[in-house]
Design a protein around this ligand. Structure first.
Ligand SMILES: Nc1ncnc2c1ncn2[C@@H]1O[C@H](COP(=O)(O)OP(=O)(O)OP(=O)(O)O)[C@@H](O)[C@H]1O
Length: 311
């Protein structure tokens, strides 16, 4: 599997705010890579660094196996992006927008190419309609069409469904899937909604306060046999150390607010508890999450109530 983006230890500080902190992740060829986090989590800051709009404070980014600092132009030539609402001309038609905006970016496209791009985003029937008559979802798709002009193999979309109506959201979702499945593009898409990412991404990364919480395949993270278990014990630091030395070591994900978080098959929970008790660790509580939604909420909203596990 080819690696398209490799981010290592990325940090961005704005004076006293650390927007991104020691972030590492990998995007593979053909991925629809979901970048999930609540408002202010650091998604846009990371995306801006990927697009060289701002400089990292430290860490490295390599795209297409090349260092972003030394191969900036070459990399950006193969990358398409929308980071805010697309800039479109309301009084021009869809095909005029594509033709004009491609000229502005230094590439003149033939009429045939314009129509092909519009077809790709499902707008060929509205090619001659003025953009002012478009819904927000259609404008978003046209924006994506413009980002596709130079035939990039990597597409980066920051919150592409924000502000769209349900139909616009569904259309944009479909388009993103098509770009990956039918056109072989690698897509990085950010959102603050797990429900959105869950439907389109094959792999995802959750960040909170600029830090990675979890990264993995959507299938694996949503797998019911991979239950998230949050344990509070009489000595969490010692318990975690013991677990890391044991057969449960691969299950241990992190220590959060003094609790231990594991991801494992629900059936193994009793033996995990037995193991800790045998090692003189008292169990104060053990809670499970059954979906990534609960997991996401519990991590990003520490106050979330969760039902205690039945063990
Ligand atoms: N130019 C800047 N100067 C100072 N602080 C900034 C700047 N840009 C972002 N931040 C701060 O960095 C943190 C991360 O912001 P960022 O925009 O990356 O989050 P986000 O996950 O994209 O959120 P949203 O979904 O709201 O856009 C926030 O605390 C934000 O206030």
């Amino acid at each position: 599997m080819k690696t398209i983006i490799e981010v290592a230890n990325l940090t961005k500080k704005f004076k006293d705010i650390t927007a991104v902190s020691g972030l590492s992740f990998t995007v593979n060829e053909g991925d629809v890579y979901g970048f999930l986090g609540q408002n202010g989590a650091g998604k846009s800051t990371t995306i801006r660094m990927l697009l060289t709009l701002i400089r990292p404070t430290s860490g490295s980014i390599s795209i297409f196996n090349k260092d972003l600092v030394t191969h900036r132009e070459e990399i950006l030539r193969q990358t398409g992006a929308i980071i805010e609402k697309p800039d479109l001309y309301n009084f021009l038609t869809a095909n005029e927008n594509v033709a004009f905006l491609s000229k502005l970016s230094g590439k003149s496209v033939s009429r045939k190419e314009v129509l092909e791009i519009l077809k790709m985003v499902g707008l060929s029937e509205r090619a001659t309609s003025k953009v002012k008559t478009f819904s927000q979802g259609m404008k978003q798709r046209l924006g994506i069409a413009v980002a596709l002009i130079h035939d990039p193999s990597l597409i980066i979309l920051d919150e592409p469904t924000n502000g769209l109506d349900p139909q616009g959201i569904a259309d944009t979702r479909e388009l993103i899937k098509n770009l990956s499945c039918q056109h072989g593009k690698t897509v990085v898409v950010s959102s603050h909604l797990l429900s959105e990412i869950e439907l389109i991404a094959n792999r995802l990364l959750i960040i909170h306060n600029g830090k990675k919480i979890v990264e993995g395949t959507t299938k694996e993270l949503l797998d019911p046999s991979k239950t998230i278990v949050e344990i509070d014990t009489t000595d969490n630091i010692a318990a975690r150390e013991i677990l890391l030395q044991s057969e449960f070591n691969t299950a241990v994900k992190k220590l959060k607010e003094e609790k231990i978080i594991l991801q494992m098959d629900r059936n193994i929970i009793p033996s995990l508890i037995n193991f800790l008790v045998k090692n003189n660790i008292g169990i104060l509580s053990a809670e499970t999450r059954h979906s990534l939604e609960d997991y996401f909420l519990s991590i990003t909203n520490p106050g979330t109530n969760v039902e205690p596990a039945t063990i």
